[in-house]
Design a protein around this ligand. Structure first.
Ligand SMILES: Nc1ncnc2c1ncn2[C@@H]1O[C@H](COP(=O)(O)OP(=O)(O)O)[C@@H](O)[C@H]1O
Ligand SMILES: [Mg+2]
Length: 362
């Protein structure tokens, strides 16, 4: 069952086309994350779904109803913004109940709903405080609570954690995931943080310039990015890219960069690989193996350690190889000082190849 359906949605601010004929179907109970760099149109899309912006073309359906021109309050949605937008002079309890009072919900019912939201979000002890007496994380919980007390089908979140410090952000991230498990509502969540996207989403829609680049399961996006932009946007440290070409050597098509050839054995191509094509090879740092990590029978290359970045659990090595500098993720217990010569091998079965011109996966 489809919960939110965005159909051929275009939005223009004057002559600037910010959303370009977008299509998305969000399943009932699905957690969809809209991910992309600042300015790509995430908030604009969310605001269209919420009814805070009039669309230029296209339609929005929620639970089978065409709500393209419906008022925000009639769409069955609850929205949580980046800035908490709480009423500073009201207690937490009043902040939570205010909307319901305005909607003339009976007092008993309001009490019930506020108590339940407070319990779910673990803010029962804070009900008599005012926003100024709360931490950032507590305020954001109250803001989520205000969406929670209304019986909505769909929750819309616009970067709800980006004002919080790193530790709180990861704590609340887990709570939002738990919240989704227990409520099972449809959630559409905007972020520019790829970790939030990977950890929370059932599916991720990656946007650039008002266009969806890929809409897929997080692991598919991570492992089989459709184009160079998606490949570079997801993953930290970033995927390594090598400009080169496909060449035929000894009856096999190989990849060559700066005069050095690589076997493409095991590469899962989308179509035939034709020699002569200019391509970009993408390798994630964890798919490059060093010294004793290399499996027997692998094609081995020589490299030199340029720098180590010990990160605790991982040790990030910067290697100089074939005129490139690449990052390689190894275990935190493996230390290799700079200037040490090493052997390396690529796992081509999980590599990505992109056409240098179209930048699409091949
Ligand atoms: N009210 C507006 N008038 C004109 N341009 C706008 C308005 N709101 C946003 N934009 C532009 O639309 C683009 C997308 O903005 P936005 O949806 O806020 O991006 P994101 O949330 O992905 O960072 C940006 O280029 C922004 O400058
Ligand atoms: Mg935004």
């Amino acid at each position: 069952m489809i919960s939110v359906s965005v159909r051929d949605l275009t939005l223009k601010f004057g002559s600037l086309e910010v959303l370009k004929s977008l299509n998305i179907d969000v399943g009932e109970g699905e957690f969809l994350v809209l991910l992309g760099p600042s300015g790509c149109g995430k908030s604009t899309l969310l605001n269209c779904i919420a009814g805070l912006l009039d669309v230029s073309e296209g339609q929005i359906h929620i639970n089978g109803r065409n709500v393209t021109w419906a008022e925000p309050k009639d769409r069955g949605i609850g929205m949580v913004f980046q800035s908490y937008a709480l009423y500073p002079q009201m207690t937490v309890e009043k902040n939570l109940s205010f909307g319901l009072k305005v909607a003339k919900v009976p007092t008993e019912k309001i009490k019930e709903k506020v108590a339940r939201a407070a319990e779910i979000l673990q803010i029962e002890a804070l009900l008599n405080r005012k926003p100024a007496e709360l931490s950032g994380g507590q305020r954001q919980r109250v803001a989520i609570g205000r969406a929670l007390v209304r019986d909505v089908d769909v929750f819309l979140f616009d970067e709800p954690l980006s004002n919080l410090d790193a530790k709180l952000r990861s704590e609340l991230r887990v709570e939002i995931k738990r919240l989704h498990h227990s409520l099972k509502n449809t959630m559409i969540y905007v972020t520019h943080d790829q970790i939030e996207a990977l950890t929370l989403a059932d599916r991720i829609a990656i946007m650039k310039g008002g266009v969806i680049q890929q809409l897929d399961d997080p692991m598919v996006i991570y492992n089989r990015p459709k184009n160079l932009f998606v490949a570079g946007f997801i993953g930290s440290p970033s995927m390594n890219f090598f400009n080169g070409e496909l060449v035929e050597e000894g009856g096999q098509v190989r990849f060559r960069t700066n005069g050095i050839g690589f076997s493409l054995n095991g590469y899962q191509a989308e179509g035939p690989l034709v020699a002569g094509r200019k391509v970009i090879l993408g390798m994630r740092p964890e798919h490059v193996f060093v010294n004793e990590e290399i499996a027997p029978g692998s094609e081995v290359h020589d490299a030199v350690v340029d720098l180590e970045e010990p990160m605790g659990a991982d040790n990030l090595l910067w290697l100089k190889h074939a005129g490139h500098l690449m990052t390689v993720r190894t275990s935190g217990t493996r230390r290799i000082p700079r200037d040490t010569p090493v052997k390396l091998a690529f796992d081509m079965s999980v590599a990505s190849l992109f056409d240098a011109e179209t930048e699409n996966r091949i």
